[in-house]
Design a protein around this ligand. Structure first.
Ligand SMILES: Nc1ncnc2c1ncn2[C@@H]1O[C@H](COP(=O)(O)OP(=O)(O)OP(=O)(O)O)[C@@H](O)[C@H]1O
Ligand SMILES: [Mg+2]
Length: 364
């Protein structure tokens, strides 16, 4: 556990970047620092690995005062990721990722093996290993940044707006990849962002900071949305905070069995299977292909007669995806699939809304 005990940072010119911050960062979880520009997020993060030295209070890691540790050793024991990845431009991707392991004295072969293994884990094709950072897209560079921070397998990761320099679609892909990786690795992560949506999606707990690093609220995302501690937090999480609940990673909602027909099914079979005027068509592996209206089937179901407007939600996805699947489905029933893309069943919008309400109530 990382513990802030009345930590402060003032500069000689009188600026108080952080006044008096106390909070705990539990092991194996993602703690997000979120707040407006200049509130002291980066300062607080960098005080953990002593890239910035606190001027008051203390920070402990597993009860050891970091001020008593060797600063270089402390720094290498924590992964650090920043905006724009901060890669070494004249080193290849492989060499960038292997940097810390080599500093720690690993032999070259082992460090390179590790680099290639990490590239795969963060979703980078191996053929990029010999390229230089400038030859990669912004999203790929951020993945290299994450891989490099993970290279020496540090228990703690410090991340300062790592995904904010890429476009929204790439950002979402990076966030999803990051969550999948964290589910596997269970690192202790401190993640800085000024984006409340990102904080809610990624955080196990979220620390909302205001100027001078004052802690306005420390809570799981659902609590933050349902019970903001004060006006500042309420403003910061926004007027549409009810909708934001939808971005929760997952919550249980009922998935009803949905009868299906194959391509080639007769009009008669479609008519007997359809519920509320629509039947779901799946392929041999039970992957959903689209909905079909029996009145529009001319003899047998062909792929051309399918309504493909509806989105498909993964059962491990967010409530937003499930609700979107229901609202975009011509039958009003959202299609839910498992990890392999095979049909699990369907859910109605009303049921997703009930699940949202229940989650908010349970977590507060
Ligand atoms: N070397 C310095 N000397 C004086 N003031 C500084 C120094 N470094 C940072 N500050 C001030 O400390 C405050 C906190 O800065 P910090 O970088 O921690 O903010 P932040 O929350 O990360 O902001 P942003 O979201 O813009 O990155 C700011 O008001 C900043 O101007
Ligand atoms: Mg900052």
């Amino acid at each position: 556990m990382i513990r802030f005990e009345s930590v402060g940072k003032s500069y000689p010119d009188g600026t108080v970047a952080v006044g008096d911050l106390s909070l705990d960062v539990p092991d194996g979880q993602i703690t997000v620092f979120v707040g407006p520009s200049g509130c002291g997020k980066t300062t607080s993060l960098r005080m953990i690995n002593r890239m910035i030295e606190p001027t008051s209070g203390r920070i402990t890691v597993d009860d050891r005062d970091t001020a008593t540790m060797d600063a270089a050793t402390l720094r290498r024991s924590m992964g650090y990721v920043i905006q724009h990845a901060g890669l070494f431009p004249h080193r290849t991707i492989k060499a960038n990722i292997a940097t810390v392991p080599l500093l720690l004295g690993w032999d070259r072969r082992r460090a390179e093996r590790r680099a290639l293994e990490l590239m795969e884990q963060v979703g980078l094709p191996a053929h990029l290993a010999k390229r230089y950072p400038a030859q990669l897209s912004g999203g790929q560079q951020q993945r290299v940044g994450v891989a490099r921070a993970l290279a020496a397998d540090p228990p703690i990761m410090l991340m300062d707006e790592p995904f904010s320099a890429v476009d929204p679609i790439v950002r979402e892909q990076l966030q999803d990849a990051f969550l999948r990786l964290q589910a596997e690795l269970g690192k202790t992560i401190v993640f800085v962002t000024h984006d409340i949506d990102e904080a809610i999606k990624l955080g196990d707990q979220v620390a909302v900071l205001q100027v001078r690093g004052e802690l306005a609220q420390l809570a799981p995302p659902a609590t933050l949305l349902a019970e903001p501690a004060d006006e500042f937090v309420a403003d910061f999480v926004g007027k549409d905070r009810g909708y934001r609940t939808l971005s929760f990673r997952s919550a249980p909602y009922p998935v009803a069995e949905e009868p299906t027909v194959p391509v080639g099914a007769s009009t008669d079979l479609v008519r007997r299977t359809a519920v509320g005027g629509w039947a779901l068509v799946t392929d041999d592996e039970r992957r959903p292909l689209g909905w079909v209206d029996p009145d529009k089937v001319d003899g047998t179901v062909s792929t051309r007669s399918l309504h493909r407007g509806g989105t498909v939600a993964s059962v491990t996805g967010t409530l937003r995806e499930a609700l979107d699947a229901a609202l975009s489905s011509p039958s009003g029933r959202g299609v839910i699939v498992d990890d392999t893309g095979a049909l699990l069943g369907t859910v109605q919008a009303r049921e997703v809304v009930d699940a949202i309400t229940a989650t908010a109530r349970r977590e507060t």
